[in-house]
Design a binder for this molecule. Structure first.
Ligand code: PBG
Length: 323
């Protein structure tokens, strides 16, 4: 009844592979994270992340313009302030490092989407993502008040979207409300809805000078062993008004990306974090792997798992390869 099975004879020429390809990575999918350090004329290579640098606000516009000229739609900014204190007050100053950088980038590349990281770990002297009580425990609600001030100050500077990465409960709704009350209804929220307590943030903490002085972030970041919890976190953030939700890290959590993509129709981002970047860089420097091939394959895997958007330090190279 059925024709006899015959061996597959379709020859996989490059053109045929393109025709039958199921997953595509596009330049439009990319977000490029940039570290901005307070000061001037700074362009400082980051030892833990070969190929990435910290830029002062006066130097960051050139990098943003490079991203824009490669047609990368968005950048994500992390700030490294000169002064840190217990409550992270330098995070919401009008002339803070991020606020300056946003204004410079918006002047230089008005169409580039500027997303700002909203978190306190780079701004607190203890390095935790929030305000602490005497025993060193993060105070959820007190932290949210500060995060709201940070988000509004970024919006005032011209940010298109804010990206809370602290993992306090209820911060998306609170930030949404404060943005709206201050006339920033149009400013979006990219929420790090599903952020694991991961070993892969190591190089970032050196890059952003944000390693906690004591303890770890396990009380507010997610247990890597959980996936149902990821769905609850994502549901809560969507309910509170997140425009884009994010899973982070990406590669060790492809199953989580898939689960979230299957469950929700909100735009989904995945963050190929510093450790994923540095791991590939280190292996390639040793001659063990082919860098460009790894970049394309890992980005493809993240898309295949269901992400719409990829936040990656490889964005510039990827954009070059894809164009
Ligand atoms: C801040 C924050 C971190 C990252 C993004 N935002 C570090 C952390 O939680 O320790 C990590 C990004 C990366 O590793 O590339 N809360």
């Amino acid at each position: 009844m059925f024709p006899e099975r015959r061996p597959r004879r379709l020859r996989r020429t490059e053109a045929i592979r393109r025709m039958v390809r199921e997953t595509h990575v596009r330049v439009d999918d990319l977000v490029y994270p940039i570290f901005v350090k307070e000061g001037s004329s700074i362009e400082e290579p980051i030892a833990s992340m070969p190929g990435q640098s910290r830029y002062s606000p006066d130097r960051v516009a050139a990098v943003a313009k490079r991203a824009a000229s490669l047609k990368i739609p968005a950048v994500l900014l992390f700030g490294i302030p000169r002064r840190k204190d217990a409550t992270g007050t330098s995070a919401f100053q009008h002339d803070g490092v991020i606020q300056q950088a946003v204004r410079r980038i918006k002047d230089a590349a008005p169409d580039l989407v500027v997303i700002t990281d909203v978190c306190l770990c780079e701004y607190t002297d203890h390095g935790h993502c929030g305000i602490l009580d005497e025993s060193g425990t993060v105070l959820n609600d007190e932290t949210i008040e500060v995060l709201c001030r940070v988000a509004v100050s970024h919006a005032k500077a011209g940010a298109d979207m804010v990206a809370p990465s602290d993992m306090m409960d209820g911060r998306v709704g609170a930030i949404r409300e404060d943005l709206d009350e201050n006339g920033f209804e149009h400013v979006g929220i990219l929420s790090y809805a599903v952020k694991y307590s991961s070993a892969f943030y190591g190089p970032f903490r050196e890059a952003a000078c944000s390693a906690p002085r004591f303890g770890d972030r396990k009380s507010y970041q997610m247990d890597p062993m959980n996936v149902r919890e990821a769905l609850r976190e994502a549901a809560a953030d969507i309910e509170e008004g997140a425009d884009i939700i994010m899973v982070k890290p990406a590669m060790p959590y492809l199953d989580v990306i898939r689960a979230v993509a299957d469950e929700f129709d909100a735009p989904l981002a995945a963050y190929q974090v510093s450790g994923e970047y540095s791991m590939i860089k280190a292996a390639c420097e040793k001659g063990l792997l082919d860098e460009d091939a790894c970049i394309l394959e890992t980005a493809g895997a993240i898309k295949r798992a269901g992400a719409d958007i990829i936040v990656t330090y490889f964005a510039l190279r990827l954009a070059e390869m894809l164009s």
